[in-house]
Design a protein around this ligand. Structure first.
Ligand code: HEC
Length: 144
């Protein structure tokens, strides 16, 4: 009986610890990598955000000409490279992060590059949906 009570208290404490979040180390890893100076928020604000909204605008209207499709490919290429940068230098703190970066973000941008090459607007829109699903997946777990 006593033992059960202790077990319940310990389980409760473990739950509280998990709810209160990871210790500071993991927090630091989310803000930047181990040795390179770029903070994740600047990669987001400077690279991910602008390339994503550039794609949104172009694909909403439908890329009109060769130059517009080339810009779609340019945005997709930059986002694809970020899927690697987000995994480098000890920046990745969790499996959720890794799945968003190497799954939806990387695979979506590869599909988007193929769609831009083929100038296939429907495929590009579908690929862009995959790309943007990565944002919320990672933010839900790692953005304050
Ligand atoms: C693998 C994880 C991950 C993915 C994928 C991701 N983000 Fe983020 N993003 C973050 C983290 C972590 C922050 C918070 C950084 C901080 O405040 O230190 C953030 C913050 C941001 C910010 C705010 C930056 C600022 O100025 O403070 C923007 C904008 C943003 N992300 C856009 C996007 C978009 C758009 C996508 C999808 C195309 C995306 N992110 C995908 C991890 C991710």
């Amino acid at each position: 009986m006593k033992f059960t009570k202790i077990a319940v208290v310990l389980a409760g404490l473990a739950g509280l610890f998990l709810l209160s979040g990871m210790p500071d180390d993991a927090q630091a890893l989310q803000e930047k990598g181990k040795s390179r100076p770029a903070a994740t928020k600047y990669l987001m604000r400077g690279i991910v955000g602008p390339n994503c909204s550039g794609l949104g605008k172009l694909l909403k209207a439908g890329p009109a000409d060769e130059k517009a499709w080339d810009t779609v490919a340019c945005h997709a290429a930059c986002l694809n490279e970020l899927s690697f940068a987000l995994m480098d230098d000890g920046r990745c703190p969790s499996g959720t992060w890794a799945k968003a970066a190497t799954g939806a973000l990387r695979e979506g941008t590869v599909a988007l590059l193929a769609a831009a090459e083929a100038k296939d607007a429907d495929a590009a829109k579908a690929a862009f949906k995959t790309v943007t699903s990565s944002c919320g997946a990672c933010h839900k777990a790692h953005k304050k």
